[in-house]
Design a protein around this ligand. Sequence first.
Ligand code: HEM
Length: 319
Amino acid sequence: MRLTLDSICKVGFGVEIGTLAPHLPNNSFAKSFDTAQIIVTLSVIRKRKAEIKEARATNENDNKIKHDILSRFIELSENPENNLNDKSLRDVVLNFVIAGRDTTATTLSWAIYMIMTHPQVADKLYSELKDFEEEKAKQENVSLLPYNPEDAESFNERVTKYASLLTYDSLGKLLYLHAVVTETLRLYPAVPQDPKGILEDDVLPDGTKVRAGGMVTYVPYSMGRMEYNWGPDAAQFKPERWLKDGFFQNASPFKFTAFQAGPRICLGKDSAYLQMKMTLAILCRFFEFKLVPKHQVKYRMMTTLSMQYGLQLGVVRRS
Ligand code: HEM
């Protein structure tokens, strides 16, 4: 939650929340999130507006002007035709924080759970990440100094070097990692069910009549486990099902519904993949995870699919 909250606040609104600082501070933003969202987000909007105004007044060059999502919405709000006031901007901020924090955090937890309970997947993923490191370092003429997992300094140096090799383009080459994340979302979709209110009487494509005022729900959790959709091994965690002849095979969003489908499909899908793949690449290259014996992992069906008792695990540094 700390990682994904920091990330969505930085990418979305250009604000350093700092909940993941080395001493893991209690953070007023995170703490007050549930109770004081509105006050906090309005202050972020006001601060950003003032910064934009100042950057323009002092004719700052382009790299001083932030390019986050909020700044773009503020620019749109300057045109009265767009009808965007502070309240709508507040809703934009809240929408992105809610959409971007718990979804990716919960998917990362399920992915780590799947990886550590499927040793063959963990091995294959580790090989992909190690091979990537060697190839990329060779390509970029980066020297990889040997390190000792027991020695924090040399270990951290190597992790930092590895992180610098992970770019938007290079992450796109980690196909097994992409398949691991996608397979996790098939079995543990962050939004497990997604109800819709019916505005007008209508008839669904299969002839089912629906009445205004009622509700229809599609359930990615069930759809991801239907043999009808995925074959007799639907219940098994098999990233390989997404790969054919070394290429990633996308499924229709009407079959793999974790991000919804149609015109209101998730706007943050690519950004979510980027963040999750970057995090998992570093974690799975440098750490091995072991579930705490007898710890029970059970899902909790809320707006997002969380773990009822959390995920308790041991972590060991890898060579
Ligand atoms: C694993 C990660 C994620 C999953 C599974 C996911 C899933 C979804 C789903 C199912 C919806 C449709 C909700 C509905 O309208 O009924 C949605 C909408 C949305 N998501 Fe995501 N999401 C993820 C991450 C993110 C991130 C990181 C962001 C922001 C950077 C984001 C931004 C949005 C926005 C803005 C919408 C509303 C789109 C609209 O109504 O037109 N999501 N997401």
